[in-house]
Design a protein around this ligand. Structure first.
Ligand code: FAD
Length: 270
């Protein structure tokens, strides 16, 4: 398999850096091809602005989606964005790796998504009509590829449990898993989450490392999160609401969009 890891940590000699090395070594030992986009080392430009759309006439109001659509269709996006899009097309599996910062991904990674996910590439794909709302949520350019998150947190597993004060981890990661990965078509694997890592001793580092190696060995066989496909008959058109009676018993809010029992989303509880 071809595997792309998008790595968002400002310090290569960090726990995240060590976990990246472990993931890459394990994947390569399995015979996979690996590319890493190390966003800080690349000095990735995180903010979308006019300079992303070289064809936009001076003085014309910037409308990001339409400028993105035009520039993508004209093959006029900037070279850094095109290179990342090529990597995504090359990859069979994509891993987004980051420390949880303020309950979300670091800004540099969000900026990678904002710029690389061009209109016509990651959204605005397929037929948009009163019968269909495009190819998204399970369909799209990334269909057939797998993706997963590799996340570290300072918080304890209990803090991210059903009654935990931080909110459940699968709720916090839903906008990324469902909104950023499933939306353009990826099949989404349960995330690898290493909790309570700020004072990680050598023994726990070894446990986390071995759990990560195992996940890297099972990328092709891990059961994905069973998100419902937009165009699979579960949603009303055009409101895109889940049809009455389709919900898994007891499921509310984000969980409505998961078709069956959720898999265990926690790897590294101690
Ligand atoms: P590091 O600081 O590099 O290392 C952590 C520990 O691992 C250290 O004890 C270190 O000794 C050990 N270690 C590192 N490398 C190795 C190695 N090679 N071998 C063995 N041991 C090693 N946490 C939350 O839960 N929720 C939040 O919303 C949140 N927001 C944050 C916002 C900001 C701005 C910041 C800075 C932190 C936030 N945190 C939050 C905490 C953050 O998620 C953790 O600090 C981060 O996940 C730790 O990962 P790291 O790679 O930076 O670890």
């Amino acid at each position: 398999m071809n595997i792309l890891i998008v790595f968002a940590h400002p310090e290569r000699h960090s726990l995240n850096g060590a976990l990246l090395d472990i993931a890459v070594a394990e994947l390569q030992s399995q015979g996979h091809e690996v590319q890493v986009s190390d966003l800080y080392t690349m000095h990735w430009k995180a903010a979308v602005d006019r300079s992303d759309f070289p064809d936009l006439p001076t003085g014309e109001r910037l409308k990001v989606a339409s400028a993105s659509s035009h520039e993508f269709a004209a093959d006029g996006l900037t070279d850094d964005v095109k290179a990342e899009q090529e990597k995504l097309l090359w990859a069979d599996t994509v891993i987004l790796q980051f420390p949880l910062w303020w309950f979300a991904m670091p800004a540099i990674l969000k900026g990678w998504v904002d710029r690389v996910y061009a209109c016509g590439f990651a959204y605005g794909v397929g037929e948009h009509s009163d019968r269909r709302w495009g190819d998204r949520y399970g369909e799209g350019v990334m269909a057939g590829k797998r993706a997963m998150l590799l996340v570290t947190t300072g918080g304890w597993p209990e803090h991210y449990s059903e009654r935990g004060i931080n909110g459940q981890i699968d709720d916090l990661l839903f906008p990324i898993n469902h909104g950023i990965l499933f939306y353009p078509g990826f099949t989404v694997l349960p995330p690898f989450v290493a909790y309570r890592v700020d004072r990680l001793d050598d023994a726990r580092f070894e446990i986390v490392s071995e759990q990560l190696r195992k996940r890297m060995r099972t990328l092709a066989t891990t059961t994905p999160i069973p998100y419902r496909k937009q165009n699979g008959g579960d949603y009303q058109i055009p409101t895109m609401e889940l049809k009455p009676g389709m919900e898994t018993p007891g499921a509310v809010r984000f969980a409505l969009h998961v078709a069956e029992q959720k898999p265990c989303l926690r790897d590294c509880e101690d």
